[in-house]
Design a protein around this ligand. Structure first.
Ligand code: SF4
Length: 491
């Protein structure tokens, strides 16, 4: 190579940014580089090999040096991780692989797709109040999404989307793209919620709310907790209140207490009574008992009524929906609750609430629209691919993980990032995410929908010759990402 050639930059056309890259350097996304005057994909093509066990080492190889055999190609799946792209989409996907599964010839179209329309849905298992529905979620001060409807024991975020990627300032788009990429690659990301909490989210790990790791997901709402455990409290205590920001339960009034003849106690709960023994809005949402803002549970009680059963010596257990907080009281002569140590007889019931809580986790689902121009990399008639996916003749996966395809128009997919190989996601500075995408269809159907038949290759051929972006490959076991492997080691 001459000195002049060495200085010459070459253009990468794997995304609209069109970086000019000098010899030995990588482009703006760090995924492509100039290697001796050729644009190459830096990460190896990842092939899942079901013959490997999850704990096995990754097996890197170059096509020409591979002697592991492809005789069992039904056990191998070429993912799009490291495959390269169809961009600018007029050309067939980098890998269109044929393999026989149970006597039927299948084709898998493999490409790394650039998603301008994408985001993540995040489920955070915690009772602690993170923010109001609709509140803006930020990363490094930039708006990247919002709080959406709470689910049972979890709070939900919707992050990303084309409005944040392209519709705001340049910095908002960049920050959103970076946040999504890191979350999809299972990194920990700190988010702040307007007028709410700071939460560190990492797929498969416990959320950290205002610096405190959440341990448990609640056993259920306050009403459900009463329903589950009422009979275990009967005879041990006169009243039980399960404090919950959504539905606080009171055993003496609740139907679960009525059916076991629980006597009235004359208790009064401040809050909006929904049905007997079930109260909404006993306090403001917060980081205290049961997702409320209270530290002292007695603040949700009104005056006790002697006419309805209140009497000196009456005992009361107040407990949160995780069992993390509990307190025991006896009414004095003035019918004022006085704190007492929790009797040993009640300890097992509090422990049972805790035991019934599952570990609190963060779940990150990638969601993206795969119905755009990348379809041209699979077929000359893109709408036929869409229809084939909708008719479930074509399966969609990302990094070998089957994707949920939303009903209705387009190819809108969703999947749990926890199951993908490591670093499966990338980005381009347009800004947009890059995600692995595979379409698998019978060969007969593929040809019927106008597939690129002349580009179909066997796995052996594909590994041998690679793509226009090089021929590095690696074999991994399905589900062998570092997080899963590490969990295996732990347990
Ligand atoms: S950002 Fe990456 S994919 Fe896009 S042109 Fe530059 S190196 Fe190529």
């Amino acid at each position: 190579m001459t000195a002049r050639q060495k200085d010459e930059k070459i253009r990468c056309d794997a995304c609209p940014v069109m970086c000019y890259i000098a010899e030995g350097k990588s482009g703006a996304c760090d995924r492509y580089a100039n290697d001796d005057g050729k644009i190459v994909r830096l990460d190896p093509l990842t092939i899942l090999d079901r013959r490997l066990a999850a704990g096995d080492q990754v097996k890197p190889f170059l096509g020409a040096g591979w002697d592991g055999g492809f005789d069992q190609s039904d056990q191998m799946f070429v993912t799009a991780v490291g495959a390269g792209t169809t961009y600018p989409d007029y050309k067939p996907a980098p890998f269109i692989i044929s393999r026989e599964i149970e006597g039927v010839d299948f084709v898998t179209v493999v490409t790394e797709a650039i998603f301008s329309y994408c985001g993540v849905k995040v489920k955070i298992d915690t009772d602690r109040h993170l923010g109001k529905e609709g509140a803006i979620v930020r990363c490094n001060g930039e708006a990247v999404g919002l709080m959406i409807t709470s689910e049972y024991g979890s709070q939900m975020l919707s992050l990303g989307g084309v409005d944040h990627l392209t519709g705001g300032s340049k910095q908002e788009g960049r920050t959103t793209c970076d946040t999504l990429t890191r979350m999809c690659n299972r990194e920990a990301v700190e988010l702040t919620i307007d007028d709410g909490a700071t939460v560190t989210v990492q797929a498969g790990e416990a959320p950290i709310v205002n610096g405190v790791a959440e341990k448990r997901m609640r056993v259920g709402c306050g009403s459900a907790t009463i329903g589950m455990f009422a009979s275990q409290w009967k005879g041990l205590v006169d009243e039980v209140v399960v404090v919950d920001d959504h539905i606080t339960g009171v055993v003496s009034e609740h139907q679960a207490g009525k059916v076991i003849n629980w006597p009235e106690t004359g208790i009064k709960i401040k809050g909006r009574r929904s049905t007997p023994g079930r109260y909404f809005q006993v306090a403001e949402p917060g980081l205290g008992w049961g997702g409320t803002d209270i530290q002292d549970p007695l603040t949700i009680l009104g005056d006790w009524s002697p006419k309805k059963g209140a009497r000196p010596g009456l005992t009361l257990l107040m407990v949160s929906t995780t069992g993390d907080q509990f307190a025991y009281f006896e009414l004095d002569e003035e019918l004022q609750p006085q704190a007492k140590p929790l009797p040993q007889t009640l300890r097992p019931s509090v422990d049972l609430i805790t035991e019934n809580c599952e570990p609190a986790l963060c779940t990150v689902l990638f969601m993206g629209g795969a119905g755009g121009s990348l379809r041209a990399g699979a077929t000359k008639n893109p709408v036929k691919l869409t229809r084939s996916v909708q008719a479930q003749h074509t399966a969609v996966s990302c990094g070998g993980v089957p994707a949920y395809v939303w009903p209705g128009g387009g190819i809108t997919i969703m999947l749990d990032v926890l199951n993908l190989p490591d670093n499966a996601f990338g980005y381009v500075p347009t800004p947009a995410l890059v995600a692995p995408l595979e379409f698998t269809v019978s060969r007969a159907d593929y040809l019927e929908l106008g597939g690129h038949d002349s580009a179909i290759r066997s796995i052996a051929e594909a590994v041998e010759t690679g793509s226009e972006y090089g021929a590095n490959s690696q074999l991994i076991a399905p589900g062998a990402n570092s997080l899963l492997t590490r969990d295996d080691d732990d347990g």
